[in-house]
Design a protein around this ligand. Structure first.
Ligand code: FE2
Ligand code: FE2
Length: 192
């Protein structure tokens, strides 16, 4: 399944699986990520597919998510810790599995962009950064998005990414929530 066929199948799937609010968020990320991909001369198709699927598992309950991960034997670093203290990140691993096994996507850039859209990782590709940034700047976010100017967003993807990462970490800390154990390494990687 490739091209428009794949895209329309994914549209059908997420329309069925997601709440209207989440579906609208996904469409926003899809359009925004496409603009960034065009602007930064990245592969538009990869970015669009990743955007469409990035939150496809987010409306699963925690119980369903844990069941899915155990049934499919998905290996997640810090799984027990994350299940307990940061269960909101689990959907990205499940979504990457759905992309790979349900939609037969093998492109590693797409799979990584889905898998790493919540926490990030060291050495991210531009496709991953675009999804990370577009997802975080969606207007339905609880945290304020005014920390980044349009000029900055469109002049330097790496700087934009770092600002978004900083804002995410600040948000988690401000709410006295638990940080992902790898976040210091990720932060240091991009700031040393
Ligand atoms: Fe997400
Ligand atoms: Fe999202």
């Amino acid at each position: 399944m490739i091209g428009k066929n794949l895209e329309s199948n994914i549209f059908d799937y997420i329309y069925k699986k997601l709440s209207l609010e989440r579906y609208n968020h996904t469409i926003y990320v899809y359009n925004f990520a496409k603009k960034l991909a065009m602007h930064y001369s990245e592969n538009i198709y990869n970015v669009q597919i990743a955007a469409l699927l990035h939150d496809c598992a987010k409306d699963m309950s925690l119980k369903e998510s844990k069941r899915y991960i155990l049934d499919k034997n998905i290996k997640i670093k810090y799984f027990d810790f994350l299940s307990l203290y940061a269960p909101q990140v689990l959907h990205s691993y499940i979504a990457a599995d759905i992309a790979k096994n349900k939609f037969k996507i093998t492109n590693i850039e797409i799979l990584n962009a889905i898998k790493n859209h919540t926490v990030g990782r060291v050495n991210m590709s531009n496709c991953e950064k675009i999804i990370f940034v577009a997802d975080s700047l969606s207007p339905d976010r609880k945290f304020k998005i005014r920390f980044i100017s349009k000029k900055k967003l469109l002049s330097n993807l790496d700087e934009a990414f770092k600002l978004v990462l900083q804002n995410k970490i600040n948000y988690v800390v401000s709410k006295f929530q638990v940080l992902h154990p790898d976040i210091i390494d990720i932060w240091n990687y991009y700031n040393k």
